[in-house]
Write a protein that binds this ligand. Structure first.
Ligand SMILES: [Zn+2]
Length: 279
């Protein structure tokens, strides 16, 4: 399988995979969606009872939303994830699952109303690089005299367990479009090139040509409107155009590398099991 990057931005990527088959492309799509490990808040401890501010004023530790909803919203905040540092808590060798800097991030959040609590109020205890990637996600609005003091613990998980551990969004692929034009079977100057909704058909030197074939959506409108047999369009099942985005917890490049790594592990697991059955 060959992989060629068409477009790469920090959190967005398009690429073509060649010499492949649809089931391999689908396995990669599912791995990108569900199997990349990521850090997300999984445990939130709320301080109960009055909270005293620096000014000596006493605040009530209440908010207009249930604690469960606030905890859920905190869970969905994308956190920076470096898979070279973090391991799963239950597999952590340095703490045997007790929780340590290799497997958990602890955040504190201390906010007094009236104010809107946002993801930027989550302060990592330890490395400041672990602050949430987007500081502007609203969590809850506190009224006068209300305050929130929480400790939240983030651990590694995958989207197979809960969507808060999902790294990628908008993962999809299509067969690579193949457009074959036979200019002998039509009068190019009268060809209805304007019917193409993505505008890839053009008349150049009295001939119909295709430009940016990767934009083709295989809608077949041109096949219906052109003279019969003058244009053929089909998808190539051995080549796929892939695209996906990430939530910022890691770059698109890191997410793709992690997905390919996971996919490789899965195939070697299957091969090992098949080998064991054969013996
Ligand atoms: Zn640990």
């Amino acid at each position: 399988m060959k992989l060629k990057v068409i477009d790469s931005k920090p959190t967005k990527m398009s690429f073509v995979i060649e010499e492949t088959e649809p089931h391999i492309a689908n396995a990669l799509r599912r791995t990108l969606l569900a199997d990349i490990p990521k850090m997300a808040i999984d445990d939130v401890e709320f301080h109960l009872g009055p909270i005293r501010g620096e000014d000596g004023k006493e605040y009530e530790s209440v908010a207009p939303m249930f604690d469960e909803i606030i905890a859920h919203r905190l869970g969905l905040v994308p956190l920076p994830t470096d898979l070279k540092i973090f391991v799963r808590k239950q597999e952590c060798k340095s703490c045997n699952g007790e929780g340590c800097p290799n497997c958990t991030i602890i955040y504190s959040l201390n906010k007094k109303g009236p104010a809107v609590v946002t993801s930027g109020d989550l302060e990592p205890i330890g490395d400041s690089k672990l602050k949430p990637v987007d500081p502007n996600i609203p969590i809850v609005k506190l009224g006068e005299g209300q305050a929130m003091l929480v400790y939240a613990t983030a651990v590694l998980g995958t989207a197979r367990e809960h969507a808060k551990w999902q790294v990628t969004t908008g993962v999809g692929y299509k067969y690579y479009p193949v457009v074959e034009i036979d200019n002998r079977k039509m009068d190019a100057t009268k060809a209805p090139v304007e019917v193409c909704p993505v505008d890839i058909l053009h008349v150049r030197d009295k001939k119909v040509v295709v430009e940016d074939v990767e934009k083709c959506t295989l809608c077949m409108t041109c096949v219906e409107k052109f003279d019969p047999g003058s244009i053929k369009v089909h998808g190539d099942p051995t080549r796929m155009i892939f695209h996906f985005e990430t939530d910022g917890s890691m770059t698109a490049n890191e997410a793709l590398m992690a997905a390919l790594d996971q996919l490789g592990k899965k195939y070697s697991d299957v091969a090992a099991k098949a080998g064991a059955l054969g013996e």
